[in-house]
Design a protein around this ligand. Structure first.
Ligand code: CU
Length: 170
């Protein structure tokens, strides 16, 4: 009787274990889950409405974004039309490292917490650009669905300090 109960418990836990392994994120830390939806989309997983990496030959327009040490993105509110591919020309105007990561707020929050716990963690994905002080870079992204999406800096503590912004797709 007792053994049977244990077996049932094990069966009940199985789907959770499978879910935990459904994760294509690279540069994994223990217990870290893929955050972007980007890898998931490619391997047939749950795509997010955030959009997808854009084709550099199909850029609709460029938008300049400046990141600063007062934990701000300028502009912090960006409007795009559905389907547009945006070339974000991102500049780090500060004296510390910053980055721009486009993802859902849930993913940003989870990942920000990991970055806080593992400050030395390096991450690189198509939905982000990390920049040294004074450096410029770009991020090409296509917004495929209408809605309000988020971006943030996930350098340790920056998200918590409010370094984030939103993209409204109409
Ligand atoms: Cu930052």
């Amino acid at each position: 009787m007792k053994a049977r109960m244990l077996m049932l418990a094990a069966l009940a836990l199985t789907p959770i274990a499978v879910y935990a392994h459904d994760d294509s994120h690279q540069a994994m830390m223990p217990g870290m889950h893929g955050m972007t939806g980007v890898g998931h989309e490619e391997d047939g997983g749950h795509a997010q409405g955030v959009g997808k990496p854009g084709n550099s030959k199909k850029v609709s327009r460029a938008i300049q974004v400046v990141m600063s040490d007062d934990m701000k993105f300028t502009p912090a509110q960006i409007n795009v039309k559905r389907g547009e591919t945006i070339r974000f020309l991102v500049r780090n105007g500060g004296r510390i490292k910053h980055e721009m990561v486009i993802a859902s707020m849930t993913e940003l929050r989870q990942h920000a917490e990991l970055m806080r716990r593992f400050p030395g963690m390096e991450h690189a994905d198509p939905n982000m650009v990390a920049l040294a002080p004074g450096a410029s870079g770009e991020l090409i992204w296509q917004f495929t669905e209408a809605g309000r999406f988020d971006f943030a800096c996930l350098q340790p503590g920056h998200f918590q300090a409010g370094m984030m912004g939103a993209v409204t797709v109409k």
